[in-house]
Design a protein around this ligand. Structure first.
Ligand SMILES: Nc1nc2c(c(=O)[nH]1)N[C@H]1C(S)=C(S)[C@@H](COP(=O)(O)OP(=O)(O)OC[C@H]3O[C@@H](n4cnc5c(N)ncnc54)[C@H](O)[C@@H]3O)O[C@H]1N2
Ligand code: MOO
Ligand SMILES: [Mg+2]
Length: 423
């Protein structure tokens, strides 16, 4: 008699997997190679920014008190005593009636307390010396970027777990991080199972199909920020499969297999888990697609038995694998971000189980619309190409119509959320 499996709610399944989350390791990489990695340390300002008071303009550094009498009819003259550009250190401090010709980014000379832009100054030569005059008063501190005015030394700037993007990288460079501590990418193994599988470069043969899942999963692993190790495809043969899986488990943090988890005569995963002595966390989830998704804990390692059906496999990865990878990478928001969207199309199918529908989002006047990515069956592959989100439709309905509101889990993008919640 065929085994009867008891489906558990998606939330419960995610909870069970989450209990087996792992803490990732750290590694130090060159700033040149740190893009799209997550920081494994908090970034603290090692010095004030700017580290010295500087000029925001090309102009003249002055003492504002010397401009008190200046007005449209009374230009006040200054003797230009020094000329400095960014990177030079002024040597002269200013005394009454003196100015320094100064460029943007240069250090403010001692004695000066304001900068007058070139545009408000007149310059002239007299007796072989440079002068400038100004027809307006200046205030103390005017046009001066004060030392530490942006950031004080010791200020906490970027939290551990933050993804390194161009802005983060600019901050790292500012404080001299030529080497950066980042979360080490967990290594996720991939094995495709199925006697019917051909390699991508093989011609079709009767009864056979090309192995698309392995390539898809590898791509999902890369998108999730982890490293992959592909162990190839296996025919549905017990001994060889058991052997490869045991060896692979030694080499990876997490092992994903695809196919062979249902109740078919050649679905070998349940027997393999049994022989391994792995603790099966669940083997049936009340959802579509991906109801057969199976997860087992084998010591410290997690074994994911994702469905062979491409869309079920895809959804199984995003719901159950990705959050653990994100956690391992120290992302505090490990679960997929969810937003509300309006259905752009009807979804007339009766829906006994909670369903994760493949959609792509469009935006109109700031409103998000969920468009069906294509056929929504578990065995379909082509609609995955257009999928950017999973629309969550609650079970027990007779279908949905364009204009209805639903929540959507976002698949691309680094932002997530702290907890897994569904309507
Ligand atoms: N009697 C029952 N039959 C099935 C049930 C059930 O509850 N009772 N569940 C169905 C559901 S739902 C799903 S989903 C599938 C899951 O099947 P398996 O995970 O065991 O996967 P396979 O049997 O190996 O293959 C299913 C399907 O997917 C194709 N496949 C497999 N691997 C790949 C790959 N790497 N790339 C592309 N396509 C792949 C395979 O050829 C099959 O067509 O079981 C239902 N049956
Ligand atoms: O597990 Mo199957 O994907 O529900 O269709
Ligand atoms: Mg099967």
């Amino acid at each position: 008699m065929v085994e009867m499996r008891k489906p558990i709610p998606v939330e419960e399944a995610i909870h069970r997997v989450w209990e087996h989350r792992f803490t990732g390791e750290k590694e130090c990489v060159s700033i040149h190679d740190c893009d799209n990695r997550r920081l494994s340390e908090t970034i603290i300002a090692k010095h004030p920014v700017p580290p010295f008071p500087k000029s925001p303009y090309d102009g003249f550094a002055l003492r504002s008190e010397d401009t008190l009498e200046a007005n449209r009819n009374n230009p006040v003259p200054f003797k230009v005593v020094e000329h400095i550009g960014a990177g030079q250190v002024p040597e002269k401090s200013l005394h009454k009636g003196e100015a320094t010709r100064i460029m943007t980014g240069a250090k403010i000379p001692d004695g000066a307390d304001c900068i007058a832009m070139f545009e408000v100054c007149q310059t002239y030569e007299q007796d072989d010396h440079s002068y400038m005059s100004i027809k307006r008063t200046m205030e103390s501190g005017q046009n001066i970027i004060g030392k530490g005015s942006e950031v004080a030394e010791g200020e906490k700037l970027i939290a551990q777990g933050t993804m390194i993007n161009p802005g983060v990288k600019a901050v790292l460079a500012t404080f001299g991080y030529s080497q950066v501590n980042v979360a080490k990418k967990p290594v996720i193994g991939v094995i495709a199972t199925g006697t019917e599988l051909l390699d991508v470069d093989e011609e079709l043969q009767p009864g056979k199909i090309r192995n698309s899942n392995a390539h898809m999963i590898v791509s999902q692993i890369i998108r999730a920020g982890a490293d992959y190790r592909y162990f190839g495809k296996l025919a549905d043969e017990f001994d060889e499969s058991y052997e490869t899986i045991t060896q692979a488990l030694e080499l990876v943090d997490v092992l994903i297999t695809t196919g062979g988890v249902s109740v078919g005569d050649f679905d070998l995963m349940p027997a393999i888990y049994e022989k391994l002595g792995a603790d099966v966390l669940f083997n049936k989830v009340a959802m579509r697609p991906g109801s057969v998704t199976t997860v087992a804990a084998n010591g410290e390692k997690i074994l994911y038995g994702l469905s062979g059906n491409p869309s079920a496999c895809y959804v199984g990865f995003e719901l159950f694998v990705r959050p653990l990878v994100q956690h391992g990478l120290s992302n505090p928001n490990a679960f997929p971000k969810r937003i509300k969207a309006t259905l752009a199309d009807d979804f007339p199918k009766p829906n006994p189980f909670k369903r994760f529908v493949r959609i792509y989002l469009t935006f109109e006047y700031g409103k998000a619309y969920a468009n069906l990515a294509g056929m929504d069956k578990s065995n379909v592959v082509t609609s995955l190409a257009h999928t950017t989100g999973l629309m969550v439709l609650p079970g027990g309905s007779r279908g949905f119509q364009a204009g209805d509101e639903a929540e959507v889990l976002l698949l691309d993008g680094e932002q997530g959320q702290r907890e897994f919640q569904l309507i």
